[in-house]
Design a protein around this ligand. Sequence first.
Ligand code: MN
Length: 202
Amino acid sequence: MSFELPALPYAHDALEPHIDARTMEIHHGKHHAGYTSKLNAAIEGSDLEGKSIEAILGNLDMNNGAVRNNGGGYYNHRLFWEVMSPNGGGEPTGELASAINDAYGSYDAFKDAFSNAAKTQFGSGWAWLCVHPGGKVEVCSTPNQDNPLMPGVTCGGTPILGLDVWEHAYYLNYQNRRPDYVEAFFNIINWDKVAENYAGNK
Ligand code: MN
């Protein structure tokens, strides 16, 4: 069994004006599709075939560039689409809000930490909110298609919110203005889904 490109949970133009339809079409239909097909090619016939993506990344040989880049790309984008919604924005509630307050003191302080991680990741990469066993949350960033499930990568834990800061994610609409894209992202975060990810991985 091979990995399949997941369908977007909303229309290409649903996240406008924060993320434009053309960017979504290319990002999902070309970039994510490419990572998915290259991941399948990289694991075909190997002992990784048939394993879950979490198991593949959690036990990854970091020298295996094809699986590191394309397995990361497959997983990271799958999460990214799910944690955005045209009905998103606002602030987290419930136990997730409590965990964020415990770690950062307030939603605004968390927002600053996450935004800084996204804005200061040099070159291509991702900003993350992760949960550790026991429920503590932590912000970090990774280069390229790495993510915190991979051995030895930054904060560790399980990503529950991710923001793609590769130029392909924002350049058509924002050009070099990554900070504007990062700010816009907060208007479309699907906090209900992030809370579900938190509850399922704490
Ligand atoms: Mn991307």
